[in-house]
Design a protein around this ligand. Structure first.
Ligand SMILES: CC(C)(COP(=O)(O)OP(=O)(O)OC[C@H]1O[C@@H](n2cnc3c(N)ncnc32)[C@H](O)[C@@H]1OP(=O)(O)O)[C@@H](O)C(=O)NCCC(=O)NCCS
Length: 255
């Protein structure tokens, strides 16, 4: 009788082990369910491990002893090129290049901070794959908490660009605060080559927009897809077109 019981118990254990094996549970020795879950995620996504190692070295290089806080999570292949005389301050966490935001591009993200440039990240900021942030010497960029910029957008500054908190900037958008070249008009006037751009809090910029020098976009406004903005946008308004015109006022939008 006891032999029969032992056999039954043995069979139950076998079935349980087989279930464990089939569900891919290779971590049943770790008692903590959270640890087990994290390990399973890493096991199923080996790229996360590569990104973690890559981010470790990037953080070690740019943030010295503060590397252990992982101020930047950098997708493998995405690059930060920073001069020793440039400033990169992250008060939160910068996600650079990962697929977690915007899958419209497969390429790597890139940040260039030459001598005298300054970049301030104030909170959790996500820059998607293919995003290029290029600052000229002496230029400055600040991005607020909970703002994300999706695939293949370009931010190019020779003066200053400030982007508020809770902004959503869709793929293919270009934010450019400089003309690069001088124009002399018939009456002798000249264009002012660079002027700062200010984008307020909770601004949504649709895909493939262009925001030019000197523009201030008021908080809670929306820029419709494919618009070109070269004049200020009042707060709480929807602008659209090329050149962008105010289409609606007193709007509100939600994520
Ligand atoms: C801004 C947007 C959300 C507005 O949508 P909506 O509220 O349904 O607006 P409607 O289609 O009713 O258009 C409202 C007015 O704006 C105009 N308009 C809307 N989008 C426009 C555009 N991209 N260019 C020019 N005019 C535009 C319309 O002609 C219309 O004008 P009218 O009232 O004189 O007829 C939408 O136009 C848009 O751009 N969507 C894309 C968003 C995007 O890029 N998302 C990426 C992920 S974040």
């Amino acid at each position: 009788m006891s032999n029969v019981n032992n056999n039954a118990e043995h069979n139950v254990n076998e079935v349980n082990n087989e279930k464990g094996r089939r569900s891919g549970n290779g971590f049943r020795f770790f008692g903590n369910p959270k640890l087990r879950k994290s390990l399973r995620i890493l096991w199923n996504n080996p790229k996360l491990v590569i990104n973690a190692v890559y981010s470790f070295f990037v953080c070690l290089r740019f943030f010295g002893l503060k590397f252990y806080k992982f101020p930047a999570i950098v997708d493998f292949g995405s690059k930060i090129r920073k001069s020793r005389k440039a400033r990169l301050e992250i008060k939160g966490r910068l996600f650079l290049g990962g697929k977690y935001i915007g899958e419209q591009s497969g390429s790597c993200a890139y940040m260039k901070l030459p001598r005298g440039a300054s970049c301030l990240i104030q909170g959790r900021v996500k820059l998607g794959p293919g995003v290029r942030v290029i600052l000229e010497p002496g230029a400055s960029l600040s991005i607020g908490d909970n703002t994300y910029i999706t695939a293949s957008s370009v931010i190019h500054s020779a003066s200053s660009i400030s982007i508020g908190s809770d902004c959503a900037i869709a793929w293919g958008t270009t934010i450019l605060d400089t003309d690069f070249h001088r124009i002399v008009y018939e009456d002798g006037k000249q264009n002012s080559i660079s002027k700062p751009i200010v984008i307020g809090d909770k601004v949504w910029i649709g895909c493939n927009c262009t925001i030019l020098k000197g523009v201030t976009i008021g908080e809670n406004s929306v820029v419709a897809a494919n618009s070109l903005v070269y004049r200020d946008v009042p707060p709480n308004s929807l602008v659209a077109g090329n050149p962008a015109r105010v289409i609606k006022t007193n709007i509100n939008w939600s994520v």
